[in-house]
Design a protein around this ligand. Sequence first.
Ligand code: WT7
Length: 571
Amino acid sequence: MDMQPIPAREGKHNLKDYHNARKNFDWEQVKRKFSWYETGKVNAAYETIDRHAENPSKKNQVALSYSAPDREEELTFEQLKNQSNQFANVLKKHGIEKGDRVFLFMPRSPEFYASFFGVLKVGAIAGPLFEAFMEQAVRDRLQDSEATMLITTPDLLYRVPQEDLPDLKKIVLVGDKVEASERYIDYFAEMKQASEDFAIEWVDLEDGMILHYTSGSTGKPKGVYHVHNAMIQHYATGEWVLDLQENDIYWCTADPGWVTGTSYGIFAPWLHGVTNVIRGGRFTPESWYGTVDKYNVTVWYTAPTALRKLVSAGEDVANQFDMSSLRHLLSVGEPLNPEVITWGVKALDLRIHDTWWMTETGAMLICNYPTMDIRPGSMGKPIPGVEASIVDNEGNELPPYQMGNLAIKKGWPSMMRAIWKNPGKYDSYFVNGWYVSGDSAYKDEDGYFWFQGRLDDVINTSGERVGPFEVESKLIEHEAVAEAGVIGKPDPERGEIIKAFITLNEGYEATDELLEDIRVFVKTGLSAHAAPREIEIKDTIPKTRSGKIMRRLLKSWELGLPTGDTSTLEE
Ligand code: WT7
């Protein structure tokens, strides 16, 4: 690359330590950092919260520093322990047991985090849902997981199609003026009565902890199943990559409905016992900068789409705020533009560390960290204990600079353990002992990895993963739409935007009003981030002879590229 590398800055570890750790690394050493290594009693909620609450010098430290436009609140480790114990008692009272799926569908709030840990403490599996999901998205996830309980707010209840969810027995409502019944549980009323003591359900490292639904190019969203063992890697990457230190004020911008918001918005920071800044609401460059300034954030984990907005907001905005508390920034979700990295050094005198991983991988795998030189545009190198490579379709490793499938040697601690109720799908991720990611990349002769793109039709819009099939299915539910094909179209700010090609049913005319109505239909039925920004009407949608939509062809047409092999195209 022509761009100059950004030299290492020492974090918690010096370079020599790092290289030694890499050479002698084994995950067993990381396990020694956990209390269960001595006691044999495992539960990620205990390691994350209670362990610090039982430590006299830590229990009164602020664990959660929450702010939203209309609310500010702090909870210490002890308070978070007590509140999650109370909620665990509520769950138990209402019959929730180990292995049950309990879903959480609400905005970030102190109650969200107390509930989340309560779910883990009874040994149940937590299913966090992004608050912007609409009816169809909620239905798909609750049906597939056969969740028996949902924790939500009265405001969001209208998006829960209860008549279609026979397994869902109880709903906890977090809000005032809740009318409790056999089915509805009043969160605040029951918490008031619940004991702060709770005997944690000790589990096995391989027992279920969390279900995150994510989109592929075909079918409905898939339930990615993670177990308590994942905390080993959350801890290790919190140390090596986030570089968390005793007095850090850490901020992760991601919502816990996405894996970044749990692995790095919950587990990594609290396993390290740092103060975790949690902010709800929508963001602007001013509120991003303002949060760092106000709370003296030292480590900030965010996404390229946010960083690009900071760059385009200009230096005048940046200069209104004091960013000197920050030690470094991190980024995930989509390619981090080299220009953003050089901007970070120039405008903020800070390094931005790109990290690569996926919902399925549970934790960071390929990263930049304080003790390595950054090559702008590269995702970095595999962390200690992880083996990554570029492989062909048979799982054979390819030499440097050859593009292929980005793949990880099976067996890292936070690897998903199943696709919920879909063993065939799970097996299809693995080829010749490698987990094949669906991303294409190459590595250089020094082992840095360079992202090239997705190999499937999955869309990445502002760092959020959208499956074209879900959007197409919703589109054709609209009375005017006959057929639909959906692609990601490159966009300088959002990475990609969603573009839909549709054919209309007889009797409908292509007016601006109709197109807007279709857009709103997806937005209010599925979710805002899945709504197409562009809709184009076609006479036909290209399909293979077996009836599959040829999104590749739609994309080539859209971008004016050669159409490649069209031999399977239907006449
Ligand atoms: C896909 C995974 C787990 C983090 C949030 C996204 C893309 C992720 C990078 C990066 C380029 C990236 C990949 C990946 N992606 N990080 N640093 N550079 N692309 O999780 O929703 O499961 O999406 O996001 O395409 O496969 P996800």
